[in-house]
Write a protein that binds this ligand. Structure first.
Ligand code: DGJ
Length: 340
């Protein structure tokens, strides 16, 4: 073969290889922007939940892509080792109305718990009719993290109304469901041994809040939630307690109130325990009710400690999953425009 031709071929293959291997690699989280998965498609995992199995994180959420069959509700699953690059593992739920709830029935805020004893992945979700009066949780189960999940049942946890749900797994592995029980407030309750039921109420926090999330950090429990304003953002707030049973302090702002939590609503608090430090990530949804497929995410590392919690102004940042450290990333204007 001619040397020049050989050289061109080599250069071409190198370019091809680097596009294939590195094209979608991203070491930046850009709060509020389009978040491409490893195939370059905006992540569809709204109102989601994250669990870690071994070294892999799984992100489940509401799949709201444009053009889905409106008879079904879908839950997606993504996996990642670094919380920045996510691989789409498929829609692990494709469900038709399981309880005769009517045309505009609702499946929201799916959360998956892995039960070590039964080796089952147990998904909880908010199941409702179009007027949000059914107010129950639904459960679906799978043998694998990436599905398929099979519908099992729906119920009101401990007999109470349940709308937005949140999941909390304590440092000792105990699993809890956080659920909004209007008009009383929100409850934190422990799951049964096999996770197929809600067994014991830990507390009723008498605050009218949804999007509830909890983290255990340096000996204190922090709970955050949003006000009840539908899809519209509002100033989310936090409270702390020495035990899950309380007593819970008064709720305080987590961000400048005039920003309405930077246009987002709380969903979960992710605890990343690294070799050097622990970072708590505020995971929130930026809802776009008219174009839900374009809803975005705000993930920001929290300033947290000694009873205080604050979400810094959202800007691009990067995480070192091994050390647990994070830092802001300076980006040029081109990079910013591409993802808006
Ligand atoms: C706010 C909730 O947090 C969302 O999950 C969703 O239920 C909307 N309300 C519906 O208006």
């Amino acid at each position: 073969m001619h040397t020049l031709f050989k050289h061109q071929l080599l250069v071409l293959s190198l370019i091809w290889l680097s596009i294939g291997v590195f094209a979608q690699k991203q070491n930046v989280i850009r709060p509020g922007d389009i978040w491409p998965d490893e195939d370059g498609k905006h992540i569809q995992a709204h109102g989601g939940g994250i669990i870690k199995i071994g070294k892999t994180y799984y992100w489940y959420g509401e799949e709201r892509s444009k053009g889905l069959d409106t008879n079904y509700r879908y839950v997606s699953c993504y996996s990642s080792k670094d919380l920045m690059n996510w691989k789409f593992r498929g829609d692990v739920v494709k469900m038709s109305d399981p309880e005769n709830l009517g045309r505009r029935w609702v499946l929201e805020r799916p959360k998956v718990f892995y039960n070590k004893r039964t080796k089952k992945y147990v998904m909880y979700f908010h199941l409702d009719n179009s007027t949000y009066k059914f107010a129950r949780v639904g459960i679906a189960v799978s043998d694998k993290p990436d599905g398929q999940f099979t519908y099992v049942k729906s119920f009101r946890p401990l007999g109470h109304e349940s709308r937005d749900i949140g999941q909390f797994i304590d440092d000792d592995g105990t699993a809890y469901l956080v659920f909004e029980d209007r008009p009383f407030g929100f409850r934190i309750a422990r799951l049964a041994d096999d996770y197929m039921d809600v067994e014991k109420e830990m507390t009723l926090v008498k605050a009218h809040m949804e999007g509830g999330a909890i983290v255990h950090y340096q000996g204190l429990y922090y709970s955050i939630g949003s006000a009840l304003t539908g899809w519209k953002a509002n100033p989310n707030k936090y409270s702390t307690a020495p035990t899950l049973e309380g007593p819970w302090t008064e709720f305080k702002d987590i961000a400048p109130p005039e920003t309405n939590t930077y246009g987002s609503q709380s969903t979960m608090l992710i605890k990343v325990v690294g070799k050097k430090t622990t970072t708590i990530i505020f995971m929130a949804d930026v809802w776009k009710p008219g174009t839900q497929w374009d809803s975005r995410y705000i993930w920001m590392p929290l300033k947290i400690g000694e009873g205080k919690l604050w979400v810094p102004e959202p800007k691009p940042w990067t995480l070192n999953i091994k050390t647990g450290e994070w830092k802001y990333v300076q980006e040029n204007a081109g990079e910013q425009k591409k993802n808006n």
